[in-house]
Design a protein around this ligand. Structure first.
Ligand SMILES: [Zn+2]
Length: 139
């Protein structure tokens, strides 16, 4: 009999930093994500209120990464697929984050301003540990 992992256990195992919770600066009102020690917009406040991000956004810019130039966390995907799109996604709440685009059959289908939504996907596996993170797919 194999090890049994319940769904709640699995959910607790997802690190806090992968949840879509940003910080709303109490001084300037802008949303920081990923979390920062000091607001990156006004650079003068370290007081934040947690804000749940919708995960919806639009493609601000994108590039297609091929084989050799892949950073380590993408190297496994590059080995499997050869090419894959990475985008700067502007979230509804304002922050711009970089993430891989998934569920895009043809890279020609990607365009600036394309609506996307966040999904949790396997990012890479290292020494048997699977790392999950945020990717985006067409909304
Ligand atoms: Zn601020």
């Amino acid at each position: 009999m194999g090890a049994h992992i319940s769904i709640p256990m699995y959910q607790r195992a997802i690190p806090q930093r992968y949840r879509l919770v940003g910080q709303k600066c109490v001084k300037c009102g802008k949303v920081n994500f990923p979390p920062k020690a000091v607001c990156k917009y006004c650079l003068s406040s370290a007081e934040f209120a947690p804000v749940k991000l919708s995960g919806r956004g639009t493609v601000y810019s994108y590039t297609v990464i091929a084989g050799g130039g892949a950073p380590p966390e993408f190297a496994e995907i590059a080995r499997c697929k050869g090419r894959y799109p990475v985008a700067l996604v502007q979230l509804e709440e304002g922050p711009v984050i970089i993430a891989q685009l998934v569920d895009v059959p043809e890279e020609e289908e990607i365009f600036i301003g394309m609506p996307v939504e966040a999904v949790f996907r396997k990012i890479y596996e290292e020494e048997g540990v699977i790392r999950y993170g945020i990717k985006f797919r067409p909304a």
